[in-house]
Design a protein around this ligand. Structure first.
Ligand code: DHB
Ligand code: FE
Length: 281
């Protein structure tokens, strides 16, 4: 059976793509962010993942307001990146794992998650930048994207997203394949890009959320979407991806989950950035 080695959640910001392309990792503005990653990369190097299941939110590249699935699972052979207007370098296509995609789609539908399956899917900065941060040279894993709507209201509740993560974790652990799977969640933490509260950041809430994830992962499910927007900003609600990732890892005691590393830094662009990595025994 497949093994979940652990999970990583981190922020995704388009300007990180430009900073990587320009080699600015040691620049004083960027360094406190990029310095979070070496311990996580070292762990990934040792843990040797074969596949990454990536919870992320599309920003209008693959899905637009005319067609907006709440939950969509990729089932493509490859996933191409396209510039969504941020002027960042377009990365090479990523190889999908269609066997795992269809296994997840089957199991999620059986589990009464009415997901959309996508045999073609363009992926945006929320997908490509975290992979570049984790594997700067060549991406060694095949991928399965799971896209959660955080763009067009109504959004799925934190409770439902956590349950989706749990169902994905059960499905992976029921996949008859000798593969190591890592779960990724990308987005957040607190930020708001427009409106009267543009620039909004809530460090207290972010740190409480990060602290809750290991042993009290359902802490954030007490909040409605409106309350999450109030606490973390209109785009801070991307923290839903972190919840899905953590849901997929399962119970902390049962799977002997421990924290590998974490980092928090304000700001990169308009965002309070976070990074967290968990290992499962
Ligand atoms: C920024 C953050 C995001 O999550 C995003 O998708 C786009 C831009 C930012 O802070 O610039
Ligand atoms: Fe975003």
């Amino acid at each position: 059976m497949a093994h979940i080695i652990g999970g990583v959640a981190c922020s995704h910001i388009p300007s990180l793509g430009s900073a990587i392309a320009k080699g600015l990792q040691e620049d004083p503005y960027w360094k406190p962010f990029f310095d979070g990653f070496p311990p996580v990369r070292d762990w990934l190097q040792t843990a040797q993942a074969d596949v990454a299941v990536v919870f992320y939110n599309d920003h209008g590249l693959n899905f637009f307001l005319d067609k907006m699935p709440t939950f969509a699972v990729g089932a493509a052979a490859t996933y191409s990146n396209a510039d969504e207007g941020w002027g960042i370098p377009v990365t090479d296509p990523l190889n999908g794992n269609q066997e795992l995609s269809w296994h997840l789609i089957d199991r999620l539908i059986q589990d009464e998650f009415d997901i959309v399956s996508c045999q073609e899917m363009l992926v945006d900065h929320a997908f490509t930048i975290p992979l570049k941060l984790l594997w700067p040279d060549k991406c060694p894993v095949t991928v399965v994207p799971i896209c959660i709507n955080t763009v067009q209201f109504p959004l799925p509740s934190a409770k439902r997203v956590f349950a989706l993560g749990q169902a994905v974790g059960r499905a992976i652990r029921g996949w008859d394949a000798s593969k190591n799977v890592v779960i990724l969640g990308t987005g957040g933490l607190s930020h708001q890009l427009d409106g009267a509260r543009a620039g909004f950041i809530n460090k207290k809430f972010d740190l409480e959320f990060m602290d809750s994830l290991l042993n009290e992962p359902q802490w954030a499910t007490r909040f409605s979407i409106e309350e999450l927007v109030e606490q973390s900003g209109t785009q801070g609600v991307e923290l839903l991806m972190w919840l899905a990732m953590r849901g997929a890892l399962g119970d902390a005691k049962e799977f002997k989950i421990h924290k590998v590393h974490e980092n928090y830094h304000i700001p990169i662009s308009n965002t309070a950035t976070g990074l967290i990595a968990f290992e499962c025994a």
